[in-house]
Design a protein around this ligand. Structure first.
Ligand code: ZN
Length: 427
């Protein structure tokens, strides 16, 4: 049996790069959770058939505890362990023999956009060629949208994600591609999360199609000046047709000099320099990682850079799956995220991505659940989320199932029946 865990609240492990690690991500997500002041009341959740803690000291990466209980105090986890040893609390919730796990950490999304690309998807799924409007279609719609329309979209997709168990999310600019529109997207995002990423280098803005170098100068100059105050991260789409390795290095290095930490869209559509650049710059994450050489895999395995896999994109474009098994067997830290965006992956569902990863990418259910919780936290260089250990934020979900395995075993079924964020029950 598992001994009870301490009531003490150790500070999250220090991470010199995680300058906002203890800040309250999603702190202003008032549309899904009214901003309560943290209560000091304690709540016991007991009669948990299977508790995922992600505490490896409990004997497995998931740190599974059977017949478990959790104590929430204020906005933090105060205790986890065998339910028979649970301490007295102010309130009590009976989990009814269901599973409890950390809230999902969706470390890659593009939620600040307007418009719709149904026709493009429909054409692709009908086997018809479609004109390469792509990201530019969304850029035009996003520029034309009002602040209120962008805000309403973010709010809607966040509520959708919360209902599916996501308690922390990262999101990016990248559909404005002008100084004002990129800064506006980041302001909208920053009202909902601290994990905000400046992606002025999503594609070369249409106005600069004949002079990409001038666009890189804008992204690393005036646009960076306007965007840096609103973001924690800087990202670049390093891909043929977007930005090459030298341009990506210049963009990420400029961002780093302004206090933004790098992450990279790397090796999605083709082999290329993105993953090795991510490792060279100590990026928190290399995202997509679909086309990797052995050297790329070795570089990731010998780095702190997480490989974030985004199977919603391969699903929605009928592309080759990233080989999660190969990365895991090499010792790479893997995260799973949605890449929620209107073009290539219009899902906010982490459970859907878990099911794909298990069915088609060689992950076990345990690995997929770890990657969508602790893995996502690692991709954001956070140690205060993605785990249910004393001192971590009380971000957790209750499944209407006896085991986390059901997330893959019962694909497409809305199993999330309760969500707590920062200690408050929000679903
Ligand atoms: Zn993306």
């Amino acid at each position: 049996m598992t001994p009870g865990r301490s009531f003490e609240r150790p500070a999250p492990e220090p991470d010199p790069t995680a300058d906002q690690a203890t800040k309250d991500a999603m702190s202003n997500a008032t549309t899904v959770s009214p901003a309560h002041s943290a209560s000091t009341a304690s709540t016991l959740i007991t009669n948990i058939a299977a508790l995922v803690t992600n505490d490896p000291s409990l004997g497995s990466p998931l740190g599974l505890v059977q017949d478990a209980a959790v104590v929430i105090e204020g906005d933090r986890i105060a205790w986890t362990g065998d339910q028979s040893k649970a301490p007295a609390t102010d309130n009590r919730v009976d989990a009814g023999g269901r599973a409890v796990l950390p809230g999902f950490v969706d470390s890659h999304s593009h939620l600040v956009f307007a418009g719709d690309r149904t026709q493009e998807f429909n054409a692709r799924m009908s086997g018809r060629p479609y004109s390469a409007g792509g990201i530019r279609t969304t850029v035009a719609a996003t520029r034309a949208a009002t602040d209120e329309e962008l805000e309403a979209n973010v709010t809607r997709y966040l509520a959708e994600a919360l209902r599916q168990g996501t308690t922390t999310f990262e999101t990016k600019s990248g559909y404005g591609l002008t100084v004002e529109d990129e800064a506006r997207a980041l302001r909208v995002a920053a009202a909902h999360t601290d994990e905000v990423t400046y992606l002025g280098a999503h594609i070369v803005a249409p106005e600069f199609a004949e002079d990409p170098a001038a666009y890189v100068a804008l992204v690393t100059g005036e646009m960076l000046d306007a965007c840096a105050p609103h973001a924690r991260w800087i990202d670049v789409f390093c891909e043929q047709g977007a930005f090459d390795g030298d341009q990506a290095r210049a963009i990420l290095t400029a961002g780093r000099e302004r206090g933004l930490h790098p992450r990279i869209h790397a090796n999605q559509l083709s082999y290329g320099p993105g993953v090795r650049l991510a490792v060279e710059l100590d990026a928190a994450s290399a995202d997509h990682c679909t086309h990797l050489t052995d050297e790329d895999v070795d570089a990731l395995a010998n780095s702190r850079t997480v490989a974030t896999l985004l199977p919603g994109a391969e699903f929605s474009t009928r592309a080759e799956w990233p080989d999660a098994r190969r990365l895991l067997d090499a010792g790479v830290t893997v995260a799973l995220s949605t890449d929620c965006n209107p073009g290539s992956s219009f899902t906010s569902s982490v459970p859907f991505c878990i099911a794909l990863a298990v069915r088609d990418m060689g992950m076990t259910p345990d690995e997929a659940v770890w990657s969508a919780t602790a893995g996502g936290a690692a991709a954001l260089r956070r140690t205060d989320i993605g785990r249910l250990t004393p001192g971590a934020y009380a971000d957790l979900m209750l499944l209407d199932a006896p085991s986390h395995v059901h997330l893959a075993y019962r694909p497409g079924v809305p199993l999330v029946t309760g969500v707590w964020r920062r200690g408050e029950r929000v679903l």
